[in-house]
Design a protein. Structure first.
Length: 246
């Protein structure tokens, strides 16, 4: 009599617990070129762009606000940044049951750019660990010196977890490094702590950073019937019943 078939290998997989989401994309070459030309012009004529360093955490050579009416800036906002924030929202919120989505359903909120600025980093400059205001933040890279590479931390963007990185206790997921590549952009929630390490050598590292706010929209008012109740009919039985949340 044949016995049961032999056991196969034990099935197992590593799952991600409490993930944080980071949206990554790449600019079209024409838009990257237009933004690089704008940055070059502003650095040649800094009087055209207000200095943003007083309100920012970065210890960088220059931080300049970008003109919101420039065609490249408008294209960036309309085709990259705001759609990127929308994509992030849909990825995260659509994983929740409908009762747990709050106001973040299509048509019930709006996205608005509130800040966009140029960061110019030179050797020794850095951006300390910080967060942003608003709902979403992000960065896109315009120019990167060749010595910034994946072989070292120099000049890389680091996203920090809720606890300190500690290899001895396997808290390796508490720091995620991003190698800056011209044209690459990232969108993340504004509360996500991040920093930029200094680099050594010649050249300048150019990036754009931004803040976006997501605002729930006011629901449209509901017009209720105004007809008077019939005689000898209780108001409690004839008045319209309130509906659910809009």
């Amino acid at each position: 009599m044949a016995g049961p078939p032999p056991d196969g290998p034990v099935r197992m997989e590593v799952q991600s617990l409490f993930p944080r989401y980071l949206l990554q994309g790449q600019l079209p070459p024409s838009l990257l070129q237009g933004l690089h030309q704008l940055a070059t012009a502003l650095l040649e004529h800094p009087e055209l762009a207000p200095d943003a360093s007083a309100k920012l955490a970065g210890q960088l050579a220059q931080q300049r606000e970008l003109p919101p009416d420039h065609p490249a800036v408008q294209q960036l906002c309309q085709t990259v940044i705001l759609p990127g924030c929308e994509r992030w929202i849909r990825h995260v919120i659509d994983q929740q049951p409908p009762q747990g989505r709050g106001p973040w359903t299509p048509g019930r909120y709006g996205l608005q750019m509130i800040d966009l600025w140029l960061n110019v980093q030179r050797a020794g400059d850095y951006n300390p660990t910080h967060t942003h205001g608003g709902s979403f933040s992000g960065v896109l890279f315009l120019q990167v010196p060749p010595q910034i590479s994946a072989e070292r931390f120099d000049g890389q963007l680091c996203f920090h977890g809720p606890e300190e990185w500690h290899i001895q206790s396997f808290r390796t997921g508490m720091a995620h490094y991003v190698l800056p590549v011209p044209g690459d952009f990232y969108v993340f929630p504004a509360w996500q702590p991040h920093s930029v390490a200094p680099f050594r050598g010649e050249g300048e590292r150019w990036s754009l950073a931004f803040n976006v706010v997501a605002v729930p929209q006011q629901p449209r008012p509901v017009t209720l019937p105004t007809a008077a109740p019939a005689a000898n009919v209780s108001l409690s039985s004839s008045r319209p019943r309130p509906g659910g949340f809009l």
